[in-house]
Design a protein around this ligand. Structure first.
Ligand code: ADP
Ligand code: MG
Length: 175
């Protein structure tokens, strides 16, 4: 007798990369709590977290950022994942008073497998992924050979962001 696979084993797991950033409040605490929230998302498994990086704000004033990238294996559809990320941002008091305003927590969906997505609320790969040292360095720390649709091999983009101040910290964001 043939048996159908359970729903969960039929689900397609994708590897999504999430960019985390904060420059208001207790930055390390916020990123740690955000990672804990990512770790308990439904249909998902947190598989890797980069080092923490300190970076200067780009096209904006305000304090330095603490940044990191997390790799999440997930069967949540990308739009649902974005909503989940925005819910975590809101739990941390995220407000959007103006473009590039300082933020308690920013969670960006950087990559969703090798998918290209363009809707009113979601662009993947994230539109500024290829131009930001604070995204490229932690991404490449997790996956040195990574490439992305429309961007090619990400390591090849590093020379273009070499002027952006960024420092890898020894601070640990996970237990
Ligand atoms: P920033 O671009 O500085 O991260 P916000 O976090 O305020 O700005 O995001 C603004 C909007 O960007 C969100 O309302 C969201 O719908 C949209 N957006 C489009 N693509 C993405 C993505 N890949 N990840 C996160 N937000 C995205
Ligand atoms: Mg964002």
């Amino acid at each position: 007798m043939s048996r159908s696979l359970s729903a969960s084993s039929q689900e397609l797991l994708e590897l999504a990369y999430i960019g985390l950033g904060a420059n208001l409040g207790d930055l390390a605490l916020t990123l740690r709590q955000a990672l804990q929230a990512l770790a308990v998302l439904p249909q998902s498994r947190l598989v890797a977290v980069s080092s923490a990086y300190r970076s200067a704000p780009i096209e904006a004033g305000g304090p330095d950022y603490l940044n990191a990238v997390a790799a999440l294996e997930t069967s949540l559809p990308p739009q649902d994942l974005l909503q989940a990320l925005q819910a975590i941002e809101l739990q941390h008091g995220r407000e959007r008073p103006y473009i590039n305003a300082p933020r308690t927590l920013d969670l960006d969906l950087l990559l969703y497998g090798q998918a290209s997505i363009l809707t009113a609320s979601l662009t993947v790969p994230h539109p500024r992924l290829g131009q930001r040292a604070f995204v490229l360095h932690p991404l490449l720390e997790l996956s040195p050979g990574l490439s992305a649709p429309g961007l090619g091999i990400l390591a090849d983009l590093l020379p273009a962001v070499a002027e952006q101040p960024i420092e890898r910290l020894s601070l640990s964001l996970i237990d």
